[in-house]
Write a protein that binds this ligand. Structure first.
Ligand code: ATP
Ligand code: MG
Length: 603
């Protein structure tokens, strides 16, 4: 048993070697887990190999997973960068402490949930490099599979006098809830006989009552200083189809009690959630303790632990707001490369390891903060710099004619695929008479400290010759349409004469005879305001009208734009062939991030 477990963990570790181990940095979540493990808090935990109440888990064996965590998305939209923090934490901690992490769809709110979202979420968790298998176990669950247990629990709570059926409307319940300074008032139905509540609850379940006419409430304390403890609603009537259970149910549990029950049925040890749930913790514990007293749940019970959510500048991370951007056509679908959805980041060119690196750098804390978008971009650069192949692209091309180089002649040039990785080999391309260079690399009247091409100045064509600019050709509007220069023989890079002349400028180029045409999409921040949705702001007003511009560029030969291929285009940044639209014949390439934080300079 032991050896097979050890090899299982070794296997998991091997498989996850690209996932940075959170062991490196301690944090308060790790401290809690380590203390719990040291004290054996969960040592007696049993696990039947599937979720279930006490009656099921009691049949199980001691749980081989030392901890159990879960990532519990609601399938009502696509995952965003904020979710990545929760995914990396939950799956990362489980890997690190030899535990299991469940992927659980919290699908208790039928109106907004869809299968499309379920598939997209599974896709993204896998893409980030995580999975929910633990040995033979497939820990992929749906809260809707627990509706039967939840209903049983609700009846038991009613029978024990811990819940009652209320006939007040939602508005009345809200109006009698009290405020932070005043207690609430008891419902006139609060003390109705248990049997009456039980009959009504069954009728609710059986579809005998219309939406909103009745609800089930926990019976706790209407004068509790914590408003969440003032007889919170547990079940409401909704005659709607559920994406998985169809019309089997017309009562749906509220999140606040469904969530702890889901955790307990899955024998979760540590239920990490964001800080806004802190005030829900007393109710989380109340529900579980009552159900344990009634023998329906096994102890030790799961514990809820809160951490600060990720807030990123220049984006919105709320599924509702992202949905609005998609539905109203402000962006081109959930995977628009400008969106902070994981699907959008992937399409833009973010790698799973860059996102994990970003999450690792964030750490975890209990204090809310906002992270600058540039931190995410820096993680991408740090991830790609050692591995991304280099290439030259000219985004705003102007022709450079080497007037003393024979027409039709060419000669080979070489450059490293990646200067940090000699084993990656060399790129091969040719030099010729007509080249594409960046328009900005020539000035007829150069400003001070401009070291690139201007009449009379010498620069190096990177990996090629030193050239001296001799002038330019203009069209009838006075626009420069061609730059002229002469090359200086014996100065080619990599030859003994290369250093014979010192120059300050070093520019990139592509031989026009062999350049590959490509559409390049230059993405910028989606919002101009660093806090587009702070306070009551209408975030749509802050959309950046120039968040996507498209240019026709020239690429170095050999730059095969297979969908998803990534390069560092020298001097420009990181670029990725669009995974949806690019083909080698018609490359469409997304700028993933510039080489430096150009946004900081703009401000
Ligand atoms: P949204 O407001 O975007 O709908 P949510 O919290 O309602 O987000 P869920 O699907 O319920 O979305 O979230 C699944 C998990 O991801 C939860 O445990 C939640 O706490 C966590 N999560 C969501 N947003 C963030 C964030 N910005 N930072 C960290 N964790 C987050
Ligand atoms: Mg939610």
């Amino acid at each position: 048993m032991l050896t097979s477990l050890v090899s299982l963990f070794q296997y998991r570790r091997l498989r996850m070697t690209s996932v940075p181990s959170p062991a490196a940095v301690s944090n308060f979540l790790r401290t809690i887990i380590e203390k719990d493990l040291a004290e054996g808090r969960h040592a007696q935990k049993r696990w039947a190999g599937r979720p279930g109440p006490a009656s099921v888990q009691r049949q199980g064996k001691p749980d081989p997973a030392r901890i159990r965590t879960r990532f519990p998305p609601e399938p009502n939209g696509y995952l965003h960068i904020g979710h990545a923090k929760s995914i990396c934490l939950n799956f990362g901690l489980a890997i690190d402490y030899e535990g299991a992490c469940h992927l659980r769809f919290d699908d208790t709110n039928p109106e907004k949930e869809e299968d499309e979202y379920v598939r997209a979420i599974i896709d993204m968790v896998k893409w980030l490099g995580y999975d929910w298998t633990y040995g033979e176990e497939e820990n992929l669950y749906f809260a809707s599979d627990y509706f039967g247990y939840m209903y049983e629990f609700a009846e038991a709570l009613v029978q024990a006098g811990h819940a009652y059926v209320d006939e007040q409307s939602a508005d009345e319940i809200r109006a009698t809830r009290g405020t932070l300074t005043e207690p609430g008032t008891n419902s006139p139905w609060r003390d109705r006989p248990v049997q009456e509540s039980l009959t009504l609850l069954r009728e609710m379940r059986d579809g005998k009552h219309p939406d909103g006419s009745l609800c089930l409430r926990a019976k706790i304390d209407m004068s509790s200083p914590n408003i969440n403890m003032r007889d919170p609603v547990m079940y409401r009537i909704r005659h709607v189809e559920h994406h998985r259970t169809g019309s089997e149910w017309c009562i749906y549990p509220m999140y606040s009690w469904a969530h702890p029950v889901e955790d307990a049925l899955e024998q979760i040890t540590h239920s990490f959630c964001t800080l806004e749930f802190e005030d829900q913790r007393p109710f989380y514990n109340w529900i579980l303790e009552r159900l344990a007293e009634l023998g329906m749940l096994l102890e030790p019970l799961p514990q809820q632990i809160e951490f600060a959510r990720l807030n990123l500048s220049y984006v919105v991370t709320s599924k509702r707001k992202l949905l609005q951007l998609v539905r109203d056509g402000h962006v081109d679908g959930w995977d628009d490369p400008r969106l902070p959805t994981l699907a959008g980041l992937r399409r833009r060119g973010y790698t799973p390891s860059s996102i994990r690196l970003f999450c690792e750098r964030l750490g975890v804390s209990k204090a809310d903060s906002r992270i600058d978008y540039s931190v995410l971009e820096q993680a991408l650069r740090d991830d790609l710099d050692p591995v991304a192949p280099r290439a030259v692209a000219v985004l705003d091309p102007i022709k450079l004619v080497i007037t003393n180089y024979a027409e039709g002649a060419s000669e080979p040039c070489h450059a490293p695929v990646n200067p940090h990785d000699p084993e990656a080999g060399m790129r091969n391309f040719t030099f010729g008479r007509e080249l594409w260079i960046e328009r900005d690399d020539f000035r007829e009247d150069p400003p001070k400290k401009y070291f690139r091409l201007y009449p009379g100045n010498k620069v190096r064509l990177k990996y090629g010759y030193i050239i001296e600019c001799t002038g330019c050709v203009k069209d009838e509007n006075g626009e420069v349409i061609e730059v002229h220069a002469e090359y200086i023989p014996d100065t080619k890079s990599g030859t003994p004469g290369a250093d014979s002349i010192k120059v300050k400028g070093n520019i990139t180029w592509v031989n026009a005879a062999e350049a590959i045409a490509a559409e390049i999409r230059l993405y910028d921040r989606l919002f101009l305001d660093p806090h587009p949705d702070a306070g009551d702001k209408d975030f749509v007003q802050a959309l950046n009208p120039d968040s996507c511009t498209s240019v026709q560029a020239w690429l170095e030969p050999g730059t095969l734009a297979e969908p998803g291929a990534t390069w560092q285009f020298e001097r420009l940044g990181y670029f990725t062939a669009d995974r949806e639209q690019s083909t080698p014949e018609r490359p469409i390439i997304n700028r993933t991030a510039t080489l430096r934080d150009s946004w900081a300079q703009k401000k």
